[in-house]
Design a protein around this ligand. Structure first.
Ligand SMILES: [Zn+2]
Ligand SMILES: [Zn+2]
Length: 105
């Protein structure tokens, strides 16, 4: 039978124990926004939040699963959108330093 359904033992309408990064366990109930936090890029559980700085002391905070989280530093993860922005920022920075060296010749 084609029982290919996304069900990893996490019924959406029930309470669930969630392991927090700090070692504590939280219990979340219900579905959607108030309950399980699902990855923006897929429907899996999202143990990470995007740490991309938006300015004003805010971070992107988009929930991301382990597969979609780009780990850029110890305890820092980026969503797919911002991992692209991060790569671009790095490329631009490399370009800038390269052109600076050229300019001093
Ligand atoms: Zn995902
Ligand atoms: Zn983000």
């Amino acid at each position: 039978m084609g029982a290919h359904r996304v069900n990893e033992g996490w019924p959406l309408m029930r309470c669930a124990h969630v392991k927090l990064p700090n070692g504590l366990t939280a219990i979340v109930c219900g579905s959607g926004r108030a309950g399980l936090v699902l990855c923006v890029a897929c429907d899996r559980r999202a143990p990470f939040l995007c740490d991309w700085k938006l300015g004003g002391g805010k971070t992107c905070d988009v929930p991301i699963c382990a597969a979609h989280a780009e780990r850029v530093a110890e305890d820092k993860h980026l969503c797919p959108k911002h991992s692209k922005a991060w790569a671009q920022w790095q490329a631009e920075r490399a370009l800038r330093s390269a052109s600076t060296q050229d300019g001093t010749v």
